[in-house]
Write a new protein. Structure first.
Length: 267
């Protein structure tokens, strides 16, 4: 098997003088992970240390952190290390996001074309963040610039209200995440919480210029096969454009797409 090596001591020529600042601890951690990935059997500390060119004491401290993160597992009997189950969890999460994005992208384009608005898909990436997974711009009108993969607090915007309503978070988690949102129009928590309660009744959420200046959003939940919610789909629009639109038609289109994704999405 061809080894995948990470240079722990030097910066490659094409990065010298660039604005990229290397982080030694991270670079060494990646070197250790790749070494364990290429190993045919578990490795002890001295073997890992020699393989990646890091002194044993430093290597041990890095390995302890990787073990705590479940990216590496440690056998106390043989005193050896190998990749941990956290690696598999990350791979599965990545596959889920890619599957979701692949399924939703063409349906978002249909919605964008139909309503002349930017259609979006958002995913809960961890307990504290959501990120834009996919989007589609309309072909014949001004579109709103969005950033694929950009992470924001999990309770942000319309999607955040949906995830607060259906995402399985405790009240304490919801409040902590709410406090981290940088609202352009500050909103009292009790008012916002009542809006989340309404999402449960209505099946959708709306944010009127609260999170992005001049932009209003609609969002609906996408149920996984096990009936949990970790994705949403919705539309971004200039506030005046959304006010003039037929909300019911937009929501019906979003719900139809959400149901299609639910039927085709792998958990």
């Amino acid at each position: 098997m061809k080894k995948t090596k990470v240079d722990t001591s030097t910066v490659s020529n094409n990065q010298k003088g660039s604005s990229v600042k290397r982080v030694p601890a991270v670079r060494r951690s990646m070197a250790i992970l790749w070494e364990l990935a290429d190993a045919v059997s578990p490795m002890n500390l001295s073997h890992i240390s020699r393989a990646v060119g890091v002194i044993p004491s430093t290597c041990m401290h890095i390995l302890r952190e990787l073990v705590l993160a479940r990216l590496v597992s440690y056998d106390t009997v043989s005193k050896t290390y190998e990749l941990g189950m956290g690696i598999q969890d990350l791979a599965q999460s990545s596959a889920k996001l890619k599957s979701f994005a692949t399924i939703v992208k063409p349906r978002l384009q249909l919605i964008a074309n139909q309503f002349n608005m930017t259609a979006t898909a958002t995913s809960k990436v961890d307990d504290k963040h959501l990120a834009l997974t996919a989007y589609a711009n309309p072909p014949s009108t001004i579109s709103i610039r969005v950033t694929l993969g950009g992470r924001v607090p999990v309770t942000s915007g319309a999607s955040g209200r949906v995830l607060a309503a259906f995402g399985g978070m405790s009240e304490k988690q919801i409040r902590q995440n709410f406090d981290k949102v940088k609202w352009v129009r500050p909103i009292d928590y009790k008012v916002w919480r009542s809006q989340v309660d309404q999402v449960v009744k209505d099946g959708y959420a709306e944010d009127k210029e609260g999170f992005v200046q001049g932009v209003s959003t609609l969002s609906v939940p996408v149920y996984n096969r096990d009936q949990t919610v970790s994705h949403t789909i919705g539309i971004f629009a200039i506030n005046s454009q959304l006010e003039a639109a037929n909300h019911r038609k937009i929501l019906e289109a979003l719900w139809d797409v959400a149901d299609y994704i639910h039927q085709n999405l792998r958990n």
